[in-house]
Design a protein around this ligand. Sequence first.
Ligand SMILES: [Fe+2]
Length: 411
Amino acid sequence: MTIDNLPSRPAASDRLRVARNDEPRPTDGELRRLVGLVEHDDSVDPFPVIGWDALVWVVGNATQTAHFLESAFGMRLEAYSGPETGNRDNKAFVLRSGGARFVVTGAVDPDSALVAHHHRHGDGVVDIALEVPDVDRCAEWARTHGATILVEPHDETDEFGTVRSAAVATYGETRHTLIDRSKYYGPYLPGYVARRSNYQPRAGTPVRLFQAIDHVVGNVELGMMDQWVDFYRRVMGFTNMAEFVGDDIATEYSALMSKVVANGNHRVKFPLNEPAAGKKRSQIDEYLEFYRGPGVQHIALATSDILTCVDTLRREGVEFLETPDTYYSDPELRARIGHVRVPVDQLQRRGILVDRDEDGYLLQIFCKPITDRPTVFFELIERHGSLGFGKGNFKALFQAIEREQESRGNL
Ligand SMILES: [Fe+2]
């Protein structure tokens, strides 16, 4: 083959097809409804953020976790890196559902740094990667406002273009990779190849169960919540969204404090929890013990049809926290929630919680931890105008969590 008949770079339209891989991302209009996206002027933002790029996990068995996310959660495999592609350290599977992208990584080389990480923390999220329009500007702002820059801004290039990225340390051993992929059309990052699995969803399964990431919750140590709220305000220009303290989310036994910060357009929302004094150990204490420090507690997945989503997940064996029947018969709740899109008995049958605020209502439900340790779990959320996080449900929910905690002997 001479230099003249080497395959040419794919045309832009072909490259776009490679990048998009058939999985459509929600439009801004859809995101307004799904996750409460708001208008925001990036030009006055010191740290503009477009949205979530990916949640990167370290797990004990990436091959099987990828299969679980496909078969149970309806995600689609898009890209892969591993020994077959020249990566002898680990296997990494890139999965997507609508705008939500997960990357699950697991060690292949017994001396991989992922082994030590997994030994300490178990399965969990190591990187909450954010897409930004200007990596250098964000990294510089973060640096001058006291953040630790783990990876300096740099380019990575392959036949699909160039990505520019940097990484900033956050709570525990978690990081935020900041990434500009506006000049990149590959399936994920240089080093990854497009890959599909031959998994076939059952007949009747919806095309996707959830469309976007709504929020990602961090658990931090007692006394550290305000410092991390301040970190996101100072280092990333986020603003406070909501605050729950004391009685809002206290049960007889344990309590927690929670504050929420969000980026300018509210696409990225980070509730931050810390334990609060209670008669017994709180669920946050249990997390901190088993994750060996601060980390991501739950990931809320936005769905446009939580009923079908829950039915499908249950059929695939996913377990949810049980909601007591008294929750639904409580006249206070009935009065508070008013009219919602389905009869309450439909929600009760599935254990779906309801909350209402001045902007509207939301339906939500929490899975049991998806890992062996009692650490990370998913929330499903269907918003109808409400921009909240289910404050009215916290007490009912935590009582349910505590019953689980007690059954593990950790209360
Ligand atoms: Fe949540």
